[in-house]
Design a protein around this ligand. Sequence first.
Ligand code: CAA
Length: 256
Amino acid sequence: MSTPLVHLHVEDRIATLTITRPKALNALNTAVINALHKHVVDLDGRDDVRVVLLTGEGEKSFVAGADIAEFATHNQQEGQALAQRGQDLLFTRIANAKKIYIAAINGFALGGGLELALSCHVRVASDNAKMGLPETSLGVIPGYGGTQRLAQCIGKGRAMDMMLSAKMIDAETALAWGLVNAVSTQDELMAEAKSRAKGYLRNSGDAQAAVIRAVNAGLDHKGGYDTEIVEFGKRFTSKEFVEGTEAFLDKRRPSF
Ligand code: CAA
């Protein structure tokens, strides 16, 4: 039996998805994208999972991009279909997931790899990580949402420079630019990601999912302020709102 391309481990309401294609630096071919898609859909439906950590196997690479060998001979229609399919099945789906996704960037996050990390809601990186969108060096452009999400995350000037130069930045620069939320040693990376996940577990998952919807509505030009108003109102029908406010008034910790 062949090894799965993505490994799933669930413990204490935190799922860890590990892309296990280290010989190709965890490059995203169709099979990996399909496997990740299936996990993302399954995890969205699981009540025993609130946060998902996404990482790559090995000490060298998170994900070194879309699989170049797979698309090297594509024509225009195939190229467009590759980007559309990837965005629909994986990147947009993670960005709009019901769970909180934390990318644990354990090495190279290039092209589709950085785009995958950018689809996640939060990013932490190991101090050896290198990040970039080098697509213009191959004569293509980012196709998995990178032109939009990188600029949203670090601003147009820095994003333009990264894409036009095709250069990588190191973890410290990524931290200074707000591309990642924290940097740790490689040994401590998963502990850092888990500690953040545990912090999120203290708060209402319903409210966190609503925050993600409202933020994305704005970024996607789908009425962010109006979405915020509607989502705010909806919280008043939620059991977690009752629990959160009662706990505050009772001077105890809420249980979510
Ligand atoms: N696609 C396919 N295979 C890849 C790959 C990729 N994106 N990145 C690495 N690999 C493979 C290599 O071909 C190599 O395979 P073999 O051992 O069979 O030759 C193996 O992984 C190890 O890679 P290297 O020998 O190149 O390792 P290195 O340490 O010398 O270099 C690296 C590491 C700088 C990350 C280099 O591998 C590299 O530049 N990779 C490509 C990065 C890139 O351009 N990514 C963007 C892809 S395009 C994209 O993602 C489009 C999109 O938005 C949709």
